[in-house]
Design a binder for this molecule. Structure first.
Ligand code: ATP
Length: 394
């Protein structure tokens, strides 16, 4: 086991493209760190540099107390689990799991012992004699994990290991991998584009965009205190609602103007963020999460200055809650996430209207097509500087 440290690690491909820029990461011994970001953000490149499959252009990589920039992949003491598992179809499960040990000329009895131990941890004992073609997707994934475990490496590197599984199995396997990692205590770096996977599995999550680290923090901190617009938009499902607005003086202190409507800010929120006053009468990006919106009919009294008029476009009843989509007369903020911009464009109906998503109590009776008022809890509002996307917390 070991810590893994990246110090200003940069990757420039031979064609001149810079896929990763001065990446700093300090992954503690035994930690589960998830690297997450949209397609093409450089997360696989970063992982492949740690594995030694891609040369590091600049910066220093340490595993344990050793600088490994120029160390051959097989001498880095890491085990990698890939998306496609890369199992040998003609070999039994037992031989697949033990193959790397055989190559390393580990004595046969020791291989048998370690394979048995891994199989028992992964509940693969009954299928050790089968070939990969005779296994379910989940079992194949476990064999791939088994191959990593038997090597007893200093670190596991995993590149989207669950992306070939169906949704239900993915949920089950992500819990299994997280539990296994905690039991084994092996430092793990896990790459995914799925922010739910990142949030549920990682001790900490590093968010990458366009090769640049945006923030690295615990899942809850990323959710509650995103450093910038990109992280705010990327983390959370349904995503944070983000609009361009103006900060104005309302009847009871500061308010946010969205289109032609003012929403009073919670005084406690304003007093915590002294920097906000500098944005008065200026454009600002305001963000609020779907759970901070609700149907006023299901709440105790809601002040009239915390209500937003809306036309309901779609109601998705999930049983435990309603996911409600409605149009807001405001402009969607540009977040830098290519997938999200696409969504906003499709959702807008050509006017200055953007889609907003709320999570309502299941007791709400709202229907598609209705004109309603939405209760907005402005206590947890997020604010961002439109010029650079930085969060305004101070
Ligand atoms: P995905 O989830 O789609 O695999 P990713 O975040 O893992 O995305 P990378 O595979 O690390 O992204 O690629 C990062 C960027 O580097 C992409 O824009 C990609 O096109 C580019 N890239 C990858 N390999 C090369 C290469 N050999 N030469 C030039 N550019 C490359």
């Amino acid at each position: 086991m070991a810590e893994v440290v990246l110090d200003k690690v940069t990757k420039r491909y031979p064609n001149g493209f810079q896929a990763v820029t001065e990446l700093d990461l300090d992954i503690a011994d035994g930690e589960f760190l998830v690297l997450v970001g949209p397609s093409g953000c450089g997360k696989s490149t970063a992982l492949r540099m740690i594995a030694g499959l891609e040369e590091i252009s600049d910066g220093v990589l340490r595993i344990g107390d050793k600088v490994v920039n120029d160390v051959h992949p097989k001498d880095r003491d890491i085990a990698m689990v890939f998306q496609n598992y890369a199992l040998y179809p003609h070999m039994s499960v037992a031989d697949n799991i033990g193959f790397a040990l055989k190559l390393a000329k580990v004595p046969r009895s020791e291989i048998e012992r370690r394979v048995k131990e891994a199989a028992s941890i992964l509940e693969l004992d009954p299928v050790l004699d089968r070939k990969p073609g005779q296994l379910s997707g989940g079992q194949r994934q476990r064999v791939a994990m088994g191959r990593a475990i038997v090597r007893q490496p200093a670190a596991f590197l995993m590149d989207e290991p669950l992306s070939n599984l169906d949704a239900k199995l993915r949920v089950q396997m992500r819990a299994e991998i997280a539990r296994l990692q905690r039991n084994l205590g092996v430092t793990t770096i896990y790459v995914t584009h799925d922010q739910v996977e990142a949030m549920t599995m990682g001790d900490r999550v590093a968010v990458l965009n366009a090769g640049v680290l945006q923030q690295v923090d615990s899942p809850q901190t990323l959710y509650d205190r995103p450093d910038n617009l990109f992280v705010a938009a990327f983390i959370g499902s349904p995503a944070m609602n983000l609009f361009e607005g103006t900060l104005v003086a309302g009847a009871n202190g500061l308010a946010v103007r969205l289109g032609s409507h003012d929403l009073a800010l919670d005084p406690a929120t304003v007093s915590e963020r002294s920097a906000l006053s500098a944005y008065r009468d200026r454009p600002i990006v305001v963000g609020f999460r779907p759970e901070d919106l609700d149907d006023p009919a299901t709440l105790n009294e809601v002040p009239s200055d915390r209500l937003l008029p809306a036309k309901i476009e779609l109601v998705e009843a999930l049983g435990s809650e309603l996911v409600v989509h409605f149009g807001v007369a405001a402009k969607a903020a540009e977040t830098g996430d290519p997938d999200r911009v696409e969504e906003a464009r499709i959702a807008s109906d050509g006017e200055e209207k953007a889609t907003c998503v709320a999570r309502f109590s299941p007791y709400s009776k709202v229907r598609s097509g209705e004109d309603v008022m939405i209760a907005v809890n402005t206590r947890n509002f997020h604010f961002f500087d439109p010029s650079n996307g930085a969060a305004i917390w101070g």
